[in-house]
Design a protein around this ligand. Structure first.
Ligand code: TYM
Length: 347
């Protein structure tokens, strides 16, 4: 059981290093989620700091969701976390809606963040599309809930892929404005941790587009539940250019598809791009792709197999999520209580 957190007032301006991150349980997990997020969650789990990893189901409903699909996706995401190596004894693993302080703090942040700040968010523009008037209020306010997710733990480090950078910057702005408006040093200013070779995994069909679970083409992505043959086939068919791989990393600059496959290789192999280029530079794609497929299958298939096994016992998954939520609430409840006190709520 996590000990109740020391509060910043006890610590002066020193915040205990603490990691928080989350993934939306919508659709399935992709290789982008794995390399950009989950794999790095696992690395940080053993770094000696407290780690909180969430399935952000309240974020998921900012877009329409079928309730049964949402329940299934939440459990499948939990299975993905566990299968990839997150250990409930080391990390708190839970779904957001079981920790009500996230939504409670989000309301306060709705009153701190400015309309103009949220109007600039590219994810809202992308997801709302042309018909903004028809988007849910939740989709617009999404970033204040995300700020609450992070700050209700006083989290200092947030491992994410590159596409989440703007949201973390907004979180920092909200923390700064709250502290300033109330004359306190209560919320830490969290750091995004965007590291490694695969912080932006691109579509296998178009190296200029992000790999995404919402892309209509299944061939554009590798799903964490894909079987061996499907993974190999998708890599074999991945778009490339006609040239051989360059012998220097600089040679990837104007070759988005080649760069993407090299980044994926580096991410899976835990190597730098330079190390990978030293190994495979000069190779034709016809030789490189089978090597990449073999690596991908060796890393991803065991995860898919374990996810399928875990999904056979969803009661066990639910139990892990309940325990994770309890561990989380030991931290979030006192932080929310202090926030209410700072803001002037009578208790
Ligand atoms: P989401 O669910 O879209 O993605 C989850 C994580 O996966 C990363 N990711 C990628 N990384 C590299 N290449 C890709 N193609 C790729 N696609 C996705 C994302 O950057 C992210 O780290 N708003 C967040 C969820 C969230 C959250 C939070 C994250 C809610 N609250 C608090 C951190 C902290 C989102 O929609 O991620």
């Amino acid at each position: 059981m996590t000990e109740v957190v020391q509060t910043p007032s006890q610590l002066g301006t020193q915040f205990v290093p603490r990691v928080f991150s989350g993934i939306q349980p919508t659709g399935g997990l992709t290789l982008g989620n794995y390399l950009g997020a989950i794999k790095r969650f696992v690395d940080m789990q053993s770094s000696g700091v407290e780690t909180f990893y969430c399935m952000v189901d309240l974020h998921a409903i900012t877009m329409p969701q079928n309730p049964d699909d949402l329940r299934r996706a939440t459990r499948e995401l939990a299975a993905g976390y566990l299968a990839a190596g997150l250990d409930p004894a080391q990390s708190a693993l839970f779904n957001q809606s079981q920790v009500p302080e996230h939504a409670q703090l989000a309301w306060i942040f709705n009153c701190v963040a400015r309309m103009g700040w949220l109007n600039r968010m590219t994810q809202f523009k992308d997801k709302a599309g042309k018909n903004r008037e028809a988007a849910s209020v939740g989709l617009f306010a999404y970033p204040t809930l995300m700020a609450a997710d992070i700050l209700v733990y006083h989290a200092t480090h947030v491992p994410v892929g590159e596409d989440q950078k703007q949201h973390i910057e907004l979180t920092r702005d909200i923390a700064t404005k709250f502290n300033h408006d109330y004359g306190v040093d209560f919320f830490p200013i969290p750091e995004p941790v965007i590291e490694g070779a695969a912080t932006r995994v691109m579509s296998l069909r178009d190296g200029t587009k992000k790999m995404s679970k919402s892309d209509p083409s299944d061939a554009s992505r590798i799903n964490m539940t894909d079987d061996t043959d499907t993974i190999a086939k998708k890599i074999r068919k991945a778009k490339t250019d006609p040239d051989a791989l360059p012998s220097e990393a600089d040679g990837l600059a104007d070759r988005p598809e080649a760069r993407n496959l090299i980044n994926i290789y580096a991410g899976l192999a835990d190597k730098s791009v330079d190390e990978v280029i030293a190994e495979v530079g000069g190779m034709e794609f016809s030789a490189f792709k089978p090597q990449l497929a073999e690596l991908a299958v060796s890393k991803l298939s065991p995860i898919a197999t374990e996810m399928a096994r875990l999904m056979e016992d969803t009661a066990e998954i639910d139990k892990i999520l309940r325990a994770g939520a309890e561990k989380a609430r030991a931290v979030t409840a006192p932080i929310l209580a202090q926030t209410y006190d700072i803001v002037g709520m009578v208790s």
